[in-house]
Design a binder for this molecule. Sequence first.
Ligand SMILES: *Cc1c(COP(=O)(O)O)cnc(C)c1O
Length: 387
Amino acid sequence: MPVERSLLMIPGPVEISPAVLAATSIPPPSHLAADFMERFGRALERMRAVWRADEAAQPYILAGSGTLAMDMAVANVVDPGERVVVVNTGYFSDRVAEMLRRRGADVVEVGAAPGSVPALSDVAAALPGARALFATHVDTSTGVRVDARALAGAAREAGALSVFDGVCATAAERFEMGAWGADVYLTASQKAIGLPAGLALLVASERALAARDALSTPPPLSVDWHAWTPIMRAYAERRPSYFATPATTLVPALDVGLGELLAEGMEAVFARHQRVGDGIRAAWATLGLELLPESGWAANALSAVRYPAGVGPELLGEISARGVICAGGLHPALKTAYFRVGHMGYATTRPEWLARAVRAVSEALAACGHRADVEGAVAALERSLEG
Ligand SMILES: *Cc1c(COP(=O)(O)O)cnc(C)c1O
């Protein structure tokens, strides 16, 4: 008898839609095939729409991880010696700060305790004279979402560029690149965008592109916008071009995935993640669980949940024994104090999967000795989703 596959509810990679799965199941296309160029060009147009970016903004699709997209952003907007401000909300903010130090930047970190967000006034006070502000839209290690709109506004006011790591946020949390005046918004395919891992996705504003033009120290060739922009423009015009081979199996799937998001409409996509985030949080509350993020800062894309008294990382094994995969803690200071459940992308269209995840966590808590109202938690989720 076939064993039912475990449900993947970690903060990436995530479950993908049947249409995206089907799109990846093709013989490998040439990067110069007419149909591939059409798919690539359309995916670029669709990225601009999903990112809510201006016509002048330049999307990039590269084979790679979110980390590659982060390095690309760092190396194209910052010169060695320039001052940058990092809004530090956890593990991935630490990572971009390290990348910026390696680039030779003068890095000023404005941080907060894990689960919290630094005050906007503290960020604004650090900005004068900075080339750019870097922030993690949703820090996957803490489940905290920053106020990207306010940060982008503060950066504009100070004459600094703003760069947002949206790897755990893009297409789950509201982001309006054009209207908010943000300069770089980047992600990876395996998170809320809803694809398998393998694509680094980034959109740069006109101002960000001008910053690359003005650099005195060029970026590594493999991530240089000067190398990639002509390739993206060629695909936009459905013309053959080559710099480094794109992920030809994943780009058509990206076209399909972005098409699904746009057919639903970004407002509806953001509302769906809000509804699911509210429902999942209602279930955690019923179980007596506390979130790591302070009130008001919890992201919709995932939950970072503190282990209740007497329960620890052994909970994860109990959850996976019930056919659901969740993730442990990631923040170095708190690793064994909390666990994480992803609720982004296609899984948020499947209420029965969400209920299965809540049931698995609830039963696992009970197995670990925590008093858990399993049926109450599932009912709280379902009531909230219907409400
Ligand atoms: C996952 C993640 C990354 C890193 O992406 P990779 O594809 O693993 O390199 C960066 N930033 C955030 C916020 C993430 O969630």
